[in-house]
Design a protein around this ligand. Structure first.
Ligand code: CP
Length: 313
């Protein structure tokens, strides 16, 4: 078993064996989730804080349910209803939560490095649930888990990530995870949103969407991250959709066993045609299901869990 970390802050610093340790542990937790009684006492007596300073549907709910399935007590903290609105700093907020003897802090924040900052002074474990455009490690782990479940491997697969790469923490975490496990990653989108500098992460960059999807085993679509863009990065949504969206015509030219993925939230008719999003090669909702098992695994491991063999009991 190759996990000996107190925090999960990013994928960049993980070894391939650490990534595989999470995936294998998640496999065991997925089996737990298919039983009549879906709860295990792995975090009994522990307190988990969901510290979400930026909006979320999937990640927040998934972490909350994961902590409950592990029998932890859960505090859901949202910025809008907190004393952050009265000028309290993130550090003071976190230290007050720690004063209630919280054990694990899950943080989403618009600022890159917010989880790393908290990990420097909190005594508990810190899990990054998305920091700015930097990383979203559990999203990459659940994406990798879903690909491995369908394809049986990661090594040697052609994975295309199509869309707004520049502002995407999902893209960065996926690139780290997939390249560390031996996939060939191609990035595609408008040149303003897919700078060539990403090649330094070991990817291929292309602006030819048909070439990018023709030989892909997996196509991961990303939405335009309007909330992080400071200026217009392309002329119009209509033009983006026509040049880079996964239309039915483009989908018809993909491999017959291609997996269609999207981290959500989807903008139907923009980056992906609505029927393609719901077709039988789409695993978008499976990604959500697998996110629960992956987040149970991460909570279990940062709390000192030793391995999948311990999960079942
Ligand atoms: N995939 C993802 O992070 O979705 P949310 O923003 O809804 O958590």
């Amino acid at each position: 078993m190759s996990w000996n970390r107190k925090h999960l802050l990013d994928i960049q610093s993980l070894s391939p064996l650490e990534i595989l340790a999470v995936l294998d542990t998640a496999k065991a937790f997925k089996a737990v989730g298919e039983r009549a009684i879906k709860k295990v006492p792995a975090l009994r007596g522990k307190t988990v804080v969901n510290l979400f300073i930026e909006p979320s549907t999937r990640t927040r709910i998934s972490f909350e349910l994961a902590a409950m399935r592990l029998t932890a007590d859960v505090i859901n903290f949202t910025a809008e209803a907190s004393s952050l609105k009265k000028g309290e700093s993130l550090k003071d907020t976190a230290r007050n939560l720690e004063a209630l003897n919280a054990d694990i802090f899950i943080i989403r924040h618009s600022a890159t490095g917010a989880p790393h900052f908290l990990s420097r002074f909190l005594k508990g474990s810190v899990i990054n649930a998305g920091d700015g455009a930097h990383e979203h490690p559990t999203q990459a782990l659940l994406d990798t888990f879903t690909i491995r479940e369908h394809k049986g491997r990661i090594e040697g697969l052609n994975v295309t990530i199509l869309g707004d790469i520049l502002y995407s923490r999902v893209a960065r975490s996926n690139i780290w995870a997939l390249t560390k496990l031996g996939a060939k990653v191609t990035l595609c989108g408008p040149s303003t949103l897919v700078p060539k500098v990403f090649e330094q992460m070991g990817c291929t960059v292309t602006y030819d969407v048909d070439a990018a999807i023709a030989n892909a085993d997996v196509i991961n679509l990303l939405r335009i991250q309007h909330e992080r863009q400071k200026k217009a990065m392309f002329p119009s949504i209509g033009e983006y959709s026509s040049l880079f969206g996964l239309s039915k015509a483009r989908f018809a030219r993909t491999k017959k066993d291609v997996l269609i993925m999207h981290p959500g939230p989807i903008n139907r008719g923009v980056e992906i045609n609505s029927e393609v999003a719901d077709c039988d090669r789409s695993v978008i909702l499976e990604q959500v299901t697998n996110g629960l098992a992956v987040r149970m695994a991460v909570l279990f491991l940062v709390n000192g869990g030793k391995g999948p063999q311990e999960v079942a009991h």
